[in-house]
Design a protein around this ligand. Structure first.
Ligand code: AMP
Length: 366
């Protein structure tokens, strides 16, 4: 379905990704309605309107749906129940604007897959996309049995809810097994072989309702303390063959999920030249922020275009760019960036500075 200019896009989640989506939507002459539990969220500061309610508040969701032509989400920890409530085919399901069925894009299946590392890696391997070797862990005994098969070091990760390195524990020797398991406090987990990567890359693609697909160039990502620090776009030293391999993986994932919108695929490039998927994100992604200045069409615009049934814009890079996140108190002194005419500062409007919190980013256009 195509959303007409002036139509309303609902966004579940009020963070910076929602903020940049709302900005792109406004440029395309759409209205945005944010649904999130927080007051004065980064997204609601720039959107047309906000419904402040819990994600499981069914009356509020019904009201939200009734005002939207299409709904999307900006982070993958939105309860699956929320999207199912909005879209499951059953009597009495919420209606969208003009009494039509409300559509949530990307659809529930992408959210379900992206929310759980076990589901995600099982899906990836099932469609022939390689990942680190992994095993499901529930009990300490499972871990004791699996670690020798993977070897040291390996990484224990919660199946759900982990991001930016949260909910992870490294296992370097047999002595770490008990502590790592205790740290995750009995949550269902997976254990993964540790990948000796030479670098981390990501590929972002946009897929439209008609199945058209566009790939942003591979980018190189540098993390600090498990949080994305810097993205170089396009990634240097990328052969045609590497780019095609990454695109092939992203295409299989997007088609396997019958995906609509922006999909991000985080990759490890290994010493022997293999490309493995670390994780997928069913949403716009931090490693695509450079595209606001650096690509013909930004990831945010292309997400809006895709979910509204518009043709995708071209994704060619217009100039090399480097995106640096402003984390925690990085944001307290921006004078060095402000003095430059080749740097664009983006602030997310978060009033409280906390260590490790993404407060903004800067894109240097080279
Ligand atoms: P994640 O939350 O799974 O994206 O992990 C955060 C970061 O931890 C990644 O970007 C990597 O730098 C590192 N990491 C996660 N899993 C592995 C692994 N299996 N091998 C090596 N490094 C990893």
């Amino acid at each position: 379905m195509r959303v007409a200019p002036g139509g309303t896009i609902g966004i579940l989640g009020g963070g910076q990704l929602g903020r940049m989506l709302a900005q792109a939507a406004a440029d395309l002459q759409f209205r945005t309605l944010i649904f999130c539990p927080e007051e004065n969220s980064p997204a609601s500061q720039v959107a047309d309107d906000t419904i402040i309610a819990a994600y499981k508040d069914e009356a509020a969701l019904r009201n939200f749906a009734g005002r939207c032509d299409v709904i999307t989400y900006e982070f993958e920890n939105i309860p699956l129940q929320t999207v199912n409530f909005l879209t499951a085919d059953r009597p009495g399901r919420p209606q969208g604007a003009n009494g039509r069925e409300v559509s949530v894009q990307p659809a529930a299946e992408a959210l379900r897959t992206g929310q759980n590392r076990l589901t995600e890696k099982t899906f990836l391997n099932g469609i022939g996309v390689p990942t680190a070797p992994f095993a499901a862990i529930q009990l300490l005994d499972d871990l004791i049995a699996e670690v020798p098969l993977l070897g040291f070091p390996c990484v224990l990760k919660t199946q759900r809810g982990g991001y930016d390195g949260k909910g992870q524990a490294m296992i370097r020797s047999a002595d770490d097994i008990g502590t790592a398991h205790r740290d995750l406090m009995g949550q269902p987990a997976i254990v993964e072989g540790f990948i000796e990567f030479t670098r981390e890359l990501s590929i972002i693609c946009a897929r439209g309702t008609n199945g058209a697909i566009a790939f942003f160039p591979l980018v190189e990502n540098e993390h600090r303390h498990h949080i994305l620090h810097k993205t170089t776009a396009p990634a240097p030293n990328v052969s045609e063959a590497l780019a095609r391999r990454a695109e092939d993986m992203a295409r299989r994932i997007a088609e396997g999920l019958d995906y609509v919108g922006i999909l991000a695929v985080e990759l490890f490039e290994t010493v022997d030249g293999a490309l493995l998927v670390n994780e997928i994100a069913p949403r716009v992604h931090n490693s695509g922020h450079w595209s606001i200045e650096g690509a013909k069409t930004s990831q945010f615009e292309n997400h809006i275009r895709a979910i509204c049934g518009l043709p995708l814009g071209p994704v060619d890079p217009v100039r090399p760019s480097v995106m640096t996140n402003l984390i925690g108190d990085d944001v307290d002194d921006l004078s060095a960036w402000q003095n430059r005419d080749d740097a664009v500062i983006h602030l997310y409007g978060k009033d409280e500075v906390r260590a490790g919190r993404k407060m903004g980013h800067v894109t240097e256009v080279v």
